[in-house]
Design a protein around this ligand. Structure first.
Ligand SMILES: NC(=O)c1ccc[n+]([C@@H]2O[C@H](COP(=O)([O-])OP(=O)(O)OC[C@H]3O[C@@H](n4cnc5c(N)ncnc54)[C@H](O)[C@@H]3O)[C@@H](O)[C@H]2O)c1
Length: 265
């Protein structure tokens, strides 16, 4: 059911690799709520994933961009402004990857070249994106930028490795840039701390199945699904959350406030 929450709004969605991706569900939900969308992912993800099927489904153009490459981000923002005929209203950064995790390298033995990559893809790319949006003055007044994070930024989740460090940096960039963008354009910048979710990125984490089950039991409302996250993202892009900025917003069925429950004891 549509509430037309994003009627007349336009934005860019990063990270829809396949129909399990949180960004995929977010694009579907934003389109359902009346938004016009530009989709983006890396050229390689566009070749190996199914982003183009989503693009066809929701009538969105796709512009390839590596989120770590400033020139790509500039071309993406220029392309989106050309497509929309001017400024736009929202951006979803749903991007993350750790070569250390991919290669099974434990945290106590991190490869630092890989760590640089993790931080660049999963955190600095958000600063680069905000910097480009800000420099080009691409977002309308009261625009909204959302990135996705995980509770391992705040409390230790063994196995999440250097992604925890990347997410902590991502959350800090959110606050720092949120202050600057809020003062100039009333643009909101927030992160959503999402439950473990069975996506390509999620399933790459060691012990993900067990973590998923544990969080499902501990969370009073159960894990938040990708579809639930998509609906929450819609509210943050809408005009109903205009004064929410520089926040890390837990979207986890109550997991972050719960320490124990009978089902697990
Ligand atoms: N799945 C979970 O359990 C979970 C929980 C909390 C937060 N998150 C976060 O949600 C976000 C989306 O992940 P997902 O779970 O939907 O998995 P996903 O694998 O579907 O999405 C990750 C996306 O990042 C893209 N990406 C990787 N490197 C990139 C680059 N250099 N430039 C542009 N895009 C790049 C990938 O192509 C992919 O589309 C990530 O930030 C992830 O850390 C996921």
């Amino acid at each position: 059911m549509s509430y037309n929450l994003l009627k007349g709004k336009k934005g860019i969605i990063f990270g829809a690799l396949n129909d399990k991706s949180i960004a995929w569900k977010a694009a579907e939900a934003a389109a359902r709520e009346g938004a016009e969308i530009v989709l983006t992912n890396t050229a390689m993800a566009l070749r190996f994933g199914t982003t183009n099927a989503l693009a066809e489904q929701i009538g969105a153009p796709v512009i390839a961009a590596d989120a770590t490459v400033v020139e790509d981000l500039e071309a993406l923002v220029d392309g989106a402004m050309e497509h929309f005929g001017g400024k736009f209203d929202f951006v979803l950064h749903s991007v993350g990857m750790s070569p250390n995790i991919r290669k099974g390298i434990p945290y106590e033995n991190l490869n630092y070249a890989f760590l640089d990559k993790t931080l660049d893809i999963s955190a600095l790319s958000f600063h680069k994106l905000l910097k480009v949006l800000y420099a080009k003055d691409a977002l309308n007044e009261w625009g909204s930028v959302v990135a996705l994070t995980y509770i391992a930024a705040d409390r230790t989740v063994e196995g999440y490795s250097d992604m925890a460090d990347a997410k902590a940096l991502l959350q800090s960039i959110t606050r720092s840039f949120g202050a600057i963008y809020g003062r100039r354009n009333h643009v909101r910048v927030n992160t959503i701390s999402q439950s473990p979710t069975m996506t390509s990125a999620g399933q790459g984490i060691a012990g993900m199945d067990k973590m998923f089950d544990y969080a499902e039991k501990l969370s009073p409302l159960g894990n938040a699904l990708a579809e639930d996250c998509a609906n929450y993202i819609v509210t943050l892009f809408s005009d109903l959350t205009k004064k929410v900025t520089m926040q890390n917003l837990y979207h986890d069925g109550g997991f972050s406030s719960t320490i124990c429950c009978a089902e697990i004891l």
